[in-house]
Design a protein. Structure first.
Length: 381
């Protein structure tokens, strides 16, 4: 059976070069980075070199990079700490954020009785920047949490505009960049972001590792206690092989960014064209068909299929060897409708199946032709 993987927004395959480097580290650098003997010092040197390398891509100092288990932990670290340690009484976010942000914000509201405010989004999921400015004028000590690239519909946020608005009103700015690090350059010297979350498995690195950028002198305190690792922010023995794998994956991603972006953008454009040609009644959710204001890595398409057939679509695609998703992989085990699509789609389109297809350098146009043929056959059956 043909196998086509188009769920790269959920996770990517690991580059062979990353596996090679991780394997070498597992064999040769097994010392605990907190140990003072030569084995430990070797691991510590490797750890700090990776930190410096990663910091350099964002034009920040190594001390501002804290390694985590991934984006969810990084989001939790930033948001929980701002409320607990920095006196934040108000979180401003949107209803189309990843649940790593939304559920954390809701829990903080229960625990600390903070105000939780949602910025308006239009029918395409675009943030209303004027409304955001209105919300920032409350005079409360606030943190704004808005993701750079929406993981379901691909909309891109104007990071600089939001960061400057936050600065104007003395608010902190946290952004989940899980879908953009490794795919876009982010200059944290030029953009006054306070906290940023990233995860290695979204840019062909290993699962279970990511980082949180914490701007210098933020005043944050540890969330995990027990040791002095990660400048005291996160106790626990560092996963050296995973951190090295993330470093290698990021190095390759940024060294080849323009060429790979051009290739993947071409796949997305081709897929959109073929969908319009062969399934003209299909529609695109959010801003994903806008190739200027959305990411080049995914499309989210609403298919003209009767509700009674909709439940079978994902099953049929899987039978044909096609991997894709109806939304975030973190909620794919649930039968609930996507909270992002619920926010932006009308009732009629919500009854139809929406599918997210996300691309990588390992996909081909031939694979996309196969997917289109399967979709077309199902729509017309």
């Amino acid at each position: 059976m043909k196998q086509v993987y188009l769920d790269n927004a959920a996770t990517t395959s690991i580059r062979p070069e990353v596996i090679d480097r991780m394997t070498k580290v597992l064999q040769d650098n097994y010392g605990n980075a907190s140990s003072t003997h030569s084995f430990g010092r070797s691991s510590k040197a490797l750890l700090e070199q990776c930190r410096k390398n990663i910091a350099s891509y964002f034009k920040v100092s190594a001390s501002e990079i804290v390694f985590t288990s991934g984006g969810t932990e990084a989001d939790n670290l930033a948001l929980r700490s701002t409320v607990r340690d920095l006196g934040v009484t108000e979180i401003i976010t949107s209803k189309i954020e990843h649940h790593a942000v939304l559920h954390t914000a809701e829990q903080l509201q229960k625990e600390y009785n903070i105000r939780l405010k949602f910025v308006n989004v239009d029918e395409c999921g675009v943030i209303d920047y004027e409304h955001l400015e209105e919300l920032l004028q409350s005079g409360n000590k606030s943190v704004v949490s808005l993701m750079h690239i929406n993981n379901e519909i691909g909309n891109a946020l104007d990071l600089k505009r939001v960061a400057e608005l936050c600065k104007k009103y003395f608010a902190m700015f946290h952004t989940d960049t899980v879908q953009s690090v490794g795919h876009y350059k982010i200059d944290l010297q030029a953009i006054p972001i306070d906290f940023l979350a990233a995860s290695a498995h979204k840019f062909h690195g290993p699962k279970g590792v990511g980082f949180c950028f914490i701007r210098k002198e933020s005043g944050l305190k540890p969330m995990i206690f027990g040791g002095e690792q990660e400048r005291g922010y996160r106790a626990g023995t560092e996963s050296i092989h995973n951190i090295v794998g993330m470093d290698e994956a990021l190095k390759i991603a940024y060294a080849n960014l323009e060429d790979e972006k051009k290739y993947v953008s071409g796949l997305k454009s081709y897929f959109i064209q073929q969908l319009k040609k062969h399934i003209p009644k299909a529609s695109f959710n959010g801003g994903c068909a806008d190739e200027i204001n959305s990411t080049y890595t995914l499309v989210n398409v609403c298919l003209p299929i009767a509700p009674e057939k909709a439940a079978m679509l994902q099953f049929q695609l899987d039978l044909k060897g096609i991997a894709c998703s109806k939304g975030s992989a973190c909620q794919s085990g649930s039968n609930q409708q996507s909270h992002v699509l619920t926010e932006i789609l009308n009732e009629e389109n919500l009854k139809r199946p929406s599918v997210r297809f996300s691309f990588s350098i390992y996909n081909t146009k031939e694979e996309l032709d196969y997917v289109i043929s399967v979709l077309k056959a199902f729509v017309n059956s």
